[in-house]
Design a protein around this ligand. Sequence first.
Ligand code: ADP
Ligand code: ZN
Length: 523
Amino acid sequence: MGQIDQDSRKFAVLREAFGFAAFRAGQEPIVDALIDGRNVLAIMPTGAGKSLCYQLPALVRGGLAIVVSPLIALMDDQVAALKLAGLAAEAIHSGKTREVNVAIWRRVVRGAVRLLYLSPERLMAPRMLAALRRLPVCLIAIDEAHCISQWGHSFRADYLGLGALREAFPDVPLAAVTATADRATRDEICDRLFGGAVETIVCGFDRPNIRLTVLAKSNAQRQIERLVRERPGESGIIYRISRRKVEETAAALQGLGVRALPYHAGMSVAERAANQETFLAEAGVVMVATVAFGMGIDKSNVRYVIHGDVPGSLEAYYQEIGRAGRDGAPSDAVMLYGREDVRTRRRFIEEQDCDEERKRIEALRLEALVGFCETTSCRRQVLLGYFGEASGPCGNCDICLVPPQFVDATPAARLAIDMVRTTGERYGAVYLADLLTGEASETVIGRGHDRLPLFGAGADRRRSEWQTILRQLVADGYLAVEPGGYGSLSLADRAAGLIDGTETFRLRLEPPKPGGRRARRRA
Ligand code: ADP
Ligand code: ZN
């Protein structure tokens, strides 16, 4: 088929078989790759339209397409939708009688079925593989491909067998699709299904109507109250890290006359269901919840999501803020970011009962989140970039709206690094700030640090300023936090440049106190 024929056929199928006027962002390159016979790993968020990406090429290529799906319910839904559109789709699975399955199989052999849905274990059964290899298989699509990843939470042992597909069908394009985008999962899918290399297309993750804001956490409760009061009568979700904090925040908001309801796994099923029901059915309800809340919540006009505590990963953050603004109207995602939370999260990971590799990956995920919180460039770019999607500055995050101001603080940075070095790279930011300001505490005297030549050499700045400087030195890659230690700082790669004078250090001035939306809207 020529390129032009192929293109016109592609659009004809889109219009006539699926009834859509145009492709959505990202669908077309995936479709093209598969029509051309190339393997592809496609990562798109839920609802973005993944199934079309393999269904359409299946029809354009002709022959039989096999779709692997982990759940009978998912297969049945998709087959029903395809049949409704007049397309010859079928599923063979254990939820049907043997007679029904046999009858479907006969139609497959006769060439009367375009898309056949199978579970991984059924597909990989030797007899099934042998039978399918005698048929004109045009494409194999693996839905929910993250099920092959052990780092995810939906690992399915039967997905591992799918790794043999590319050898069983060497000339058939293989598509893996999933909404799970973190690098560890992506790499694992790539290794296990494609032997280490595959064209990967990530798209559709942006939710441009959600304004992203990260505020330095000072007094979480007060900050939450203020944010909620700035948004009277609007539906919102407030995530807190623990059941206790959920209860506290909900009670405090109720005390202010806000229609706030708690939701966490410690409540009875009936209570939870009742609160969820109220949240979904009524306007202006604020749900205060742990991560237990949100799965499958589909309320279109949630106007804001507030993270009162730092979430566990950028994936979790993205999932949770995605519950705001489903209707496309302007919405807010505000996170309160505190270093203390990050330490708590690190401890959670350390204390988990799992192997070191898993801990390492979770620690990296957390670091990506820290990077997002401490970035001085567009937050959406950082967020989408993490998922592998390229974008320009968004104009709708706190950084784009109020770009940070910097001052040159090279001498201070050098002094801080000197202090880290002369004390043996063993202490954390709080203690180092004491030494810099000349705080002669008992511990300091006990260690003899009050006799250091640099002791008090930074007395012209406050301790909190020094802590900020040290923290930013970490964020910018001049200092590193020792893994597994108690936040002790050591010199990192970029430190050398500062010491030998080839680099300068720009200190970010603390942003103006959060004036909330109103202040910024007037501007
Ligand atoms: P996913 O599998 O990514 O969660 P689906 O494949 O179920 O999403 O698609 C979500 C919805 O988007 C479906 O209702 C589908 O019909 C619709 N959709 C997909 N592609 C298009 C398109 N190009 N134009 C309009 N609607 C589309
Ligand atoms: Zn931005």
